[in-house]
Ligand binder design. Structure first.
Ligand code: ATP
Ligand code: MG
Length: 416
């Protein structure tokens, strides 16, 4: 992909509206553009990274037999009246009327819709368990939209729902989701902690929150310095330095922002909305449910919040918009251009995504913007090709290296 035809509107200065590093960087590096408070466009670079996060998510969900569907964002009030949430949800629910004066909401989450979809179908224990997910735009009229994609009013969520005839089956699904959530966040390069949580608004019994560790987080996590014990301070009000309740280690505090949440909903929605199945004895029972949310757009920003320096973003390879950034110092030089084209093709064959800075900009500008955008590996093609060398630099390292042109593909195979 040539940079001259990719839309990357970089900014020279920090935008005033941004308070945190990741937000500043995403705006400055041309990843996102604010349209209204808490409402953003994902520009080409951001969309590429977002697609990579989604790919990781889909692959993991496949492994536990969770199937993808897509539900409408626009939801009729009738279903929300059935669950009782039309009146409970308050001002966070984006409400609207159609031309016939009927009430609708833009979905902040989809328990009502999914329960409506399955309730007449999953009518026997023989048809359970089932689990379904979607990756979709959600709407919440947040009181204080802020920190860019971290707390938007329109954002992208992966939401999954599971349906069961017994506790054992629900527990299995819950454990599966806990495990793949860890896999997903690890693959995205996120530093996180799984913590025991308060089930809050959605209601139900057991729940676990996945917190990205960052100082800008609004939640306080209390955790053991030695064991896996971790909890939201709302659940266990423990002070730093106290012994951990599991008897292993000492309590520390950290700030975090929720990137995922797994719940055992139980029969809250199936009971309210009459989603029942016939059990082995021929009796009717409410379906047991689990629900599993993951903030796709929030993950993207949390990764940046954890991975940057004064010059810009430092992407982990797994979700970088491109793997390799070729800086073509003089696009008008035939030799430089043909080497660049050759490398772009050869690297693409290795399944690496390559961005070529072919713009007629000063080298200084190209390097500054390259650091800002944060692609993991940079190859500079300049005058030194006459001596048979290109320059290679990893974004997360200080040192540059001269590498022989004949050996560059092998170098990348071995080092990338
Ligand atoms: P929070 O406590 O941060 O408000 P929540 O508990 O309301 O989040 P859930 O209803 O559990 O969120 O939604 C599932 C996931 O969606 C969350 O784990 C989070 O990653 C993401 N999410 C929730 N609200 C927003 C938002 N306003 N902007 C971006 N992502 C969000
Ligand atoms: Mg939550």
């Amino acid at each position: 992909m040539k940079q001259s035809i990719l839309f990357i509107p970089t900014l020279r200065d920090d935008p005033k509206e941004a308070e945190i590093n990741s937000h500043k960087l995403m705006l400055r590096a041309g990843y996102i553009k604010q349209v209204a408070a808490g409402i953003y466009s994902y520009l080409p670079l951001a969309l590429r990274s977002l697609r990579k996060v989604e790919k990781i998510i889909r692959k993991e969900l496949d492994t536990i037999g969770c199937a993808e569907l897509l539900m409408p964002a626009l939801q009729p009030s009738e279903l929300w009246l059935e669950s009782g949430r039309w009146n409970q949800y308050g001002d966070t629910l984006m409400r609207m009327k159609d031309r016939h004066d009927r009430d609708f909401a833009l979905g902040p989450t989809h328990e009502e819709i999914i329960t409506y979809i399955v309730r007449d179908v999953l009518n026997s224990y023989k048809k359970l368990p089932i689990s379904l997910y979607q990756i979709q735009t959600k709407f919440r009229d947040e009181l204080r939209p802020r920190f860019g994609l971290m707390r938007g009013r329109e954002f992208i969520m992966k939401d999954a729902y599971s349906f069961h005839s017994n506790e054992l089956s629900l527990n299995e699904a819950y454990e599966d989701f806990r495990q793949i959530y860890s896999n997903i966040f690890t693959k995205c390069g996120l530093k996180f902690r799984a913590v025991e949580a308060d089930s809050g608004n959605i209601g139900g019994s057991e729940s676990c929150e996945f917190m990205a560790l960052t100082d800008i987080g609004e939640d306080t996590i209390v955790y053991s310095d030695t064991s896996d014990f971790a909890s939201n301070i709302e659940v266990h009000n423990l002070k730093e330095g106290e012994p951990s309740p599991d008897g292993i280690g000492t309590i520390l505090h950290a700030k975090g922002i929720e990137v995922g949440h797994v719940f055992k909903l139980g029969t809250k929605y199936s009971n309210a909305m009459k989603a029942q199945f016939t059990n082995e004895d021929g009796n009717r029972e409410d379906i047991l449910m689990g629900c599993y949310g993951l903030g796709v757009s929030r993950v993207l920003m949390a990764v940046i919040e954890q991975n940057n320096d004064v010059s810009g973003i430092i992407w982990p390879k797994s979700i970088a918009p491109f793997d390799i950034h070729i800086i073509l110092i003089n696009p008008k030089d035939k030799d430089q251009l043909s080497l660049s084209n050759h490398l772009e093709q050869a690297l693409s064959k290795l399944d690496l995504d390559v961005l070529v800075d072919d713009r007629n900009e000063r080298p200084g500008v190209k390097f500054i913007e390259s650091d800002l955008i944060g692609i993991p590996l940079r190859i500079t093609i300049g005058k030194n090709i006459n001596n048979g060398f290109v320059e290679v630099k990893f974004r997360h390292q200080k040192e540059k290296q001269e590498v022989k042109i004949e050996g560059i593909i092998n170098y990348i195979k071995q080092n990338y």
